[in-house]
Structures are given as C-alpha cells and as structure tokens.
Ligand binder design. Structure first.
Ligand code: AMP
Ligand code: ZN
Ligand code: FE
Ligand code: FE
Length: 277
C-alpha cells in the first residue's frame, strides 16, 4: 500500500527550507492525501498550509513538535489537533522567546572558538521563522566553516559539543498537558533519540501513557528494523497507535523526500477516529 499521510513535516515557520504552500504542493504532486505540519514550537506555518491544502484537495493536520526536558538523550513530543488550536500559539510564546535568547549564546561560543558567524547571518537564513540550530549550521556552511550540516552538528552544535547551549524547555508533564488542553493527540516522536535500553524505554512509555500519550512515531527514516519491531510491540502492549513521517526539513537535508515515510489509509483513519477521544 502506498503512503497516504506523511505526519512529520517542517516548514520555513521553523527550520524547514520550504514554505508551507510549497510543502503542500509537493505533497500533492506525489499523491499524498494528507499531511501534518509539525514545526518546532510554533503553529505559524499552518494558516498558509491549510489555505493551500483546500486548493490542492489535501487534508492538513495541525501539528506541533515540542522539545521536552529530558537527559541525556532528546525527547520530542508531537501534538496533532482535530482543528487549528486557537490560542495555543500565544501559550508557546515563552519557548519561542527561549529560542531567541539561545541563538546569540551559541554564536558567542562559536566566536570564542574563533569562528566568525554573526547573528545577522543566521537571522537572514531563518527568514523570520523560529530560529534553530539548523539555521546556524547553514550559516557555518556558507562561511566554509563546515562542509555540511552533519559536520556542523558533530563538531560544534550537537548536545555535548563545544558550541552547544541548552534551551529552556517545557517539562514532559507540561508539554503533554498543554497538547491535551487543546484536544490534541500526543505522540512520542522518533523514540530512538531517547537513547534508552529496551526495558527503560518500556517503563518510560508506560509512564507517558499515564500522562496522556496516545501514539508512537514508529515509521521514521532513522529507525532500524529491530527498533521498529521493539516499538511496535510496546505500542501493541500499551494500546498506543502508530504514526510515521519523514521529518522532512528541505530538499538538501537527510536524503529524504516528502512521503518517503508515513502511514497508510487504515492507520490514518484510525488516528482521525481517535480525535474524538
Ligand atoms: P533546535 O531546535 O535548535 O534544538 O534544533 C533541532 C533540529 O536540529 C532538529 O530538528 C534537527 O533538524 C537538527 N539536528 C539535531 N541534531 C542534529 C544532528 N546531529 N545533525 C544534523 N541535524 C541535527
Ligand atoms: Zn527541525
Ligand atoms: Fe524531532
Ligand atoms: Fe521534527
């Protein structure tokens, strides 16, 4: 069965390279029937995506990707909403502010390492969207400091590297309850980034379920076959639904295209039914 819906896409409203309308037309041209826009910490790409979805006859799910407090790995929580969650964007303003405060601190560290990246370079690249490390990586590539994004991250920007600066984040509990407050379905994004052993992962997901978790993102470019097997068995045991998507950030990133990963129609329909719960 072909992919029906790609449920993890970033636009220029955060650190994706394409505008929301470009994402929608690209999804339409490859035959997807539905997509979710899941920008980091913002819904601001959605009005354009929804308008473009109407013209292109493709369903747009309003989504969000929130980074939660978690160590030593990375926890991203996806929220999928039955309709545009009016009022949520304002509730996210403090994490958006945290992003704005973090970027100059990263640049200061890079400068202290003798690398000449400026805040203006990064702002120009972000084109008014939420600033993220990928924009800083791009500025570094433009300056010849790194040959690609992977190198910029592995040498400087990744957690534990010399220019890494922790971002103020929401707790796991607050992230989940905020999404629930707007009737969103809570999904754990790309579980492999939690960096846990199978038994630890099972315990954590069980705990997340008590807090309101409804699904696991299992169909994902970087998940190995054995990871997918493990996550699927956890999902079945805990009665969580399974989602998937590409985490697309643009044509030049990660060698993945819109629709390469995602869910089929029965899984999509099942998820939509869950919107009423
Ligand atoms: P930020 O929102 O600023 O914390 O940046 C997070 C984004 O950076 C992720 O969504 C990825 O797109 C990207 N990213 C994180 N780690 C890496 C890495 N090791 N290599 C390349 N991109 C990364
Ligand atoms: Zn991103
Ligand atoms: Fe993520
Ligand atoms: Fe993502």
């Amino acid at each position: 069965m072909p992919v029906y819906a790609d449920l993890h896409l970033h636009t220029s409203a955060s650190d994706g390279e394409l505008r929301p309308s470009e994402i929608v037309s690209s999804a339409r041209s490859i035959g997807l029937k539905a997509i979710a826009i899941t920008d980091h910490d913002t819904l601001s790409g959605l009005p354009e995506a929804i308008a473009s979805g109407k013209k292109n006859h493709i369903s747009i799910i309003a989504g969000i990707e929130i980074s939660a407090v978690y160590d030593p790995g990375t926890m991203h929580i996806l929220g999928y909403f039955p309709a545009y969650p009016q009022g949520l964007e304002e509730r996210l303003s403090f994490i958006q502010e945290a992003r704005r405060k973090r970027c100059p601190l990263i640049i200061k560290r890079l400068n202290a390492l003798g690398l000449s990246v400026t805040l203006d370079d990064v702002i120009a690249i972000s084109r008014g969207g939420q600033i993220g490390r990928p924009h800083i990586a791009k500025a570094m590539i433009n300056k010849g400091i790194a040959k690609n994004s992977a190198e910029a991250f592995s040498r400087y920007l990744a957690k534990g590297k010399p220019a890494y600066v922790e971002k103020e984040k929401m707790t796991i509990e607050d992230s989940i309850s905020l999404i629930r407050e707007y009737n969103g379905l809570v999904v754990l994004a790309h579980p492999f980034t939690l960096d846990l052993q199978p038994y630890e992962l099972k315990l954590l997901i069980k705990h997340l379920k008590l807090l309101g978790l409804a699904g696991l993102e299992i169909i994902y470019p970087e998940h190995t076959r054995s990871q997918k097997r493990l996550y699927t068995s956890i999902a079945h045991n805990l009665n969580l639904f399974i989602t998937g998507g590409t985490d697309y950030h643009g044509p030049g990133r990660n060698n993945v295209s819109i629709g390469d990963f995602g869910i089929e129609k029965p899984a999509y329909d099942y998820m939509i039914e869950n919107f009423n719960t």
